[in-house]
Design a binder for this molecule. Structure first.
Ligand code: UT7
Length: 313
């Protein structure tokens, strides 16, 4: 038995912050940001919160799946930027959308958070404890950023994405999962709790880690699925930096046509990156029934993971 994604939804805040606007805040340029990262603009939450964005994404995922909030058994919300620690964001989403019987909790694995939450849902549903889950990645990173640090403030954006998962139809669903953590290198990307240190990053170290670890992890997940890299139709990867995506593509010998990119419009949205990309890629008709898809993320912790699935809808 395995699980498949049967509904997807996402939401981006309305306010767009362009690279030009950042030129007025720190010593940077549109050209530098585009060349080094591929990012042109990002969204900033304003009045929206991790919870309000997540609730909207969940409602859209439920609608897409043709399900009601009352049907939901489990809500797993991945975030590293909660406005409140208690109650957890997932419980707040539960009350906003009216998912009366759902068991709800948050999970923090930074940019790998959505993937780790999906893996957790997989384990729960396979165990028979729950029949379905809403898996959400939601971030308001603009609150955690030091807007005077040009090394980080140009990278991040806000948004949320969610999927509804349930037992897979024959021939569809998750085939393999690989996860990893390396707490020994945790200091290269850190952020304090509320009121503490903003996001601090040794960009080059994170870059090196991502371009080495992610291809290895994808290769292992594809191997465990009994497939070869050439048999994969799409690679939906964490959107941190276009150069990282290109380097991963090069190492795996995968053409960029198979690696969708949206970071130019949204920046790095941490745990929200993969589900938002999934939603956008699906909505523009790029994902087709029966295709083999890899999801892969990496981030603070350090954490990383990949999963291989067959798209069933
Ligand atoms: O979700 C996971 C989280 N993070 C990541 O995946 C980030 C991974 N790392 C990266 O994407 C890249 O390392 C960055 C985009 C953060 C930085 O790019 P880089 O090519 O590694 O640049 P660098 O840090 O080596 O800096 C090169 C130069 C430095 O100046 P000097 O020392 O050569 O004079 C920096 O001070 O660029 C300077 N610099 C900037 N200049 C203009 C750094 N940030 C900026 C900026 N605008 N925003």
């Amino acid at each position: 038995m395995t699980i498949e994604i049967t509904g997807v939804g996402s939401v981006l805040p309305g306010r767009v912050m362009t690279n030009r606007e950042l030129e007025g805040m720190v010593d940077t340029s549109d050209e530098w940001i585009r060349e080094r990262t591929g990012i042109r603009e990002r969204r900033i939450a304003g009045e929206d919160t991790v919870v309000s964005l997540a609730a909207k994404a969940c409602e859209r995922a439920l609608e897409d799946a043709g399900k009601k909030a009352a049907d939901v058994d489990l809500i797993l919300l991945a975030t590293c930027s909660p406005e409140m620690l208690l109650p957890c964001c997932a419980c707040q989403v539960q009350s906003l959308i009216g998912a009366e019987k759902a068991v709800c909790f948050d999970l923090n694995a930074a940019c790998s958070g959505f993937l780790f939450a999906l893996d957790t849902a997989y384990a729960y549903i396979r165990s028979g404890l729950y029949r379905n889950a809403l898996v959400v990645g939601s971030e308001v990173l603009s609150k955690l950023v030091d807007w005077s640090d040009r090394g980080t403030c140009i990278l991040f954006g806000d948004g949320a994405g969610a999927v509804f998962v349930e037992e897979a139809q024959p021939g569809a669903g998750i085939l393999s999962i690989v996860q990893g953590s390396n707490g020994f290198q945790g200091s290269v990307l850190s952020c304090g709790a509320k009121g503490g240190e903003p996001i601090r990053m040794e960009g080059k170290e994170v870059y090196r880690f991502a371009t080495r670890q992610v291809p290895e992890c994808i290769e292992e997940a594809v191997h465990r699925a009994g497939l070869s890299l050439g048999e994969i139709d799409l690679f939906l990867l964490h959107q941190a930096n276009l150069r990282i995506l290109e380097s991963i593509g090069k190492r795996l010998k995968v053409p960029m046509e198979k690696i969708p990119v949206n970071l130019d419009r949204v920046g790095n949205m941490s745990s929200a990156a993969i589900p938002v990309l999934l939603d956008e890629t699906q909505k523009c008709g790029k994902i087709k029934k029966g295709q083999r898809i890899v999801l892969s993320g990496f981030g603070a912790g350090l954490t990383y993971g990949a999963c291989v699935m067959i798209w069933g809808r």
